[in-house]
Design a protein around this ligand. Structure first.
Ligand code: DX5
Ligand code: ZN
Length: 220
């Protein structure tokens, strides 16, 4: 069985004190650091780019889980690989040459991920399973932290699990992103998720490291 992992989203961190917040998440036992890259085109918000990822890489001791919510991801994947991404995820809706871009991520030796917006069917990735290490199911519409979990994501996860099984691709990890909190994480885990992104659910807690520990207990 795959190890279940918590990937706190830095989108809810204090950007003036990123190093302090990263140390805090590591102290809590976070397995990955989720970094949301937004370009103001694919999603309405703009966040961070490769220089900040590179700076994070210098202080982080856990792997970087970089989520690209950008148009034309193929043009930028090399920059994020060089900056230190350990998982690099692109959106299926943004990549007409999805297989090629995933192939190039994988060839660099890091983990290749693909993300699906809430309206995008899992059949859209059926023909790229050979170049995938991870599938990220969005449980909110991408662009902002602090939104409510879209419950249909659970059925999608179950269908995806089945699809991976039928294609002998159960090594591919399943990640969920958006609206995951202590009160729904167990239900999400039961649907078959391996990696749990949580931003406001962790950062809005009084004691974020203790919150990570509580989440780990719920999914174990
Ligand atoms: C949304 C981002 C998420 C976001 C999650 O577009 O991809 O990673 O930070 O934040 P919460 O957990 O607050 O929904
Ligand atoms: Zn994200």
């Amino acid at each position: 069985m795959k190890q279940k992992k918590i990937s706190p989203s830095l989108l809810s961190a204090d950007f003036v004190n990123l190093e302090r917040d990263i140390k805090m998440l590591e102290k809590g036992g976070a397995h990955l650091l989720h970094i949301d890259v937004m370009d103001g085109h694919f999603v309405p918000n703009i966040t961070i780019g490769p220089p900040v990822v590179k700076a994070i890489k210098k202080v982080a001791t856990i792997p970087l889980d970089v989520h690209l919510m950008i148009e034309n991801p193929g043009q930028y994947v090399d920059d994020f690989i060089k900056a230190g991404a350990d998982y690099l995820t692109i959106h299926v809706e943004a990549a007409p040459h999805l297989h090629r871009v995933l192939q190039s991520i994988k060839a660099s030796g890091i983990k290749a991920g693909v993300s699906l917006n809430p309206h995008t069917p899992i059949s859209s990735i059926e023909n790229v399973l050979d170049v995938l290490d991870m599938v990220l199911i969005m449980s909110v519409n991408p662009g902002f932290g602090g939104q409510s979990f879209i419950p249909q994501a659970l059925d999608k996860i179950k269908a995806l699990k089945l699809m991976l099984k039928e294609n002998n691709a159960e090594h591919i990890e399943i990640e969920i992103d958006g609206g995951v909190k202590l009160d729904n994480i167990k239900e999400v885990a039961d649907s078959g998720v391996d990696i749990f992104v949580s931003g406001s659910g962790i950062f809005k807690a009084e004691d974020p490291p203790a919150m990570i520990q509580k989440m780990i207990q719920k999914i174990s």
